[in-house]
Write a protein that binds this ligand. Structure first.
Ligand SMILES: NC(=O)c1ccc[n+]([C@@H]2O[C@H](COP(=O)([O-])OP(=O)(O)OC[C@H]3O[C@@H](n4cnc5c(N)ncnc54)[C@H](OP(=O)(O)O)[C@@H]3O)[C@@H](O)[C@H]2O)c1
Length: 275
């Protein structure tokens, strides 16, 4: 039974982790999704596993059950799977979910059936059709002892860096990830839309901003934030900030609201770095 895996939630993370674990010799059993199409596509992407649309007893043959459904569906999947396991129980099984914000207590119905439960969140972005790097990526882990032990060894197996996190700190941890990925993308996509308004072609707008963003990331990596700040906030060029705001008033209101919020955040970070 060791190194057998069932996956519930055959989306970006279920496929991404399933594929990597299959490559490292894990036997993938059921790959469960709501729609048959998603489940079949996932089994193809993983190069293994049996596509299924329902929580069936076959799942209980796997030592490790990985739940990679959207955050809001985790608790209901756990409740339904606990019903499937009502007869056999789940002693000796490990169940992990992959949410960064939801604590492992969402899996309590499965723990009551005897499973060891934890959450294991890769601090990485999984986009469709992309194979994200996992080497050196932080995997935040919390939960029961033997599930955490397995989660840590999975992280090591994937070349990632396991970090134990307090369940109450998860929301803050996950919000930090939101700043570094989807919010960063929002900033870049908004910038590209603004350049297009300023007359750039879409492709040129993206390329121009990517050069700037990459140098910013490189500076941040080498120098840290305190020595990387540039731009009108760091120079105290208030008239320039007012010019920016004037131009942004012509765009949908979220552009100006986000600009002002980030300006204020920058001021706070600059002040605390100066102390
Ligand atoms: N994407 C990321 O970058 C990322 C990174 C780290 C962690 N995570 C976490 O990983 C988890 C999955 O995220 P994701 O981005 O992989 O989501 P996703 O791409 O939207 O995939 C979710 C999958 O779950 C299936 N599903 C939804 N409700 C279900 C249910 N009740 N029973 C069974 N399957 C169900 C969906 O199936 P159908 O398509 O058939 O509806 C879909 O295949 C979330 O907890 C998320 O916070 C995501």
């Amino acid at each position: 039974m060791k190194r057998t895996l069932a996956i519930i939630g055959a989306g970006r993370v279920g496929r991404g982790l399933g594929r990597r674990l299959a490559e490292r010799g894990w036997t993938v059993g059921p790959v469960v999704s709501r729609s048959p199409r998603t489940a079949r596509a996932a089994a193809r992407a993983i190069s293994g596993g049996r596509p299924l649309q329902a929580l069936v007893p076959e799942i209980l043959r796997a030592h490790l059950i990985l739940i990679a459904v959207p955050d809001d569906a985790i608790a209901s999947v756990a409740r339904r799977l606990a019903k499937v396991a009502a007869h056999e129980g789940l002693a000796g099984h490990v169940v992990l979910h992959t949410s960064g914000a939801v604590p492992s207590t969402a899996l309590a119905p499965l723990a009551r059936r005897g499973a060891s439960v934890a959450s294991m969140h890769p601090l990485q972005t999984f986009a469709p059709g992309v194979r994200p790097r996992l080497e050196g990526v932080t995997f935040a882990i919390e939960g029961q002892t033997s599930a955490c032990r397995l989660a840590r060894s999975l992280a090591h197996e994937l070349g990632a860096k396991p970090v134990l996190i307090h369940p109450e700190a998860k929301a803050l941890y996950h919000a930090a990830g939101a700043f570094a990925s989807p919010h960063l993308l929002a900033a870049l996509a908004a910038g590209a839309a603004m350049l297009e308004k300023a007359g750039f072609r879409e492709r040129d707008a993206r390329a121009a901003l990517l050069r700037l963003a990459r140098q910013t990331l490189e500076n941040y990596e080498r120098l840290g934030a305190a020595r990387s700040w540039t731009g009108p906030v760091s120079r105290g060029d208030r008239a320039t900030i007012r010019r920016h705001e004037g131009a942004l008033k012509k765009l949908p209101r979220e552009f100006l609201a986000a600009y002002r919020a980030l300006t204020n955040l920058q001021l706070r970070l600059l002040r605390s770095a100066a102390r």
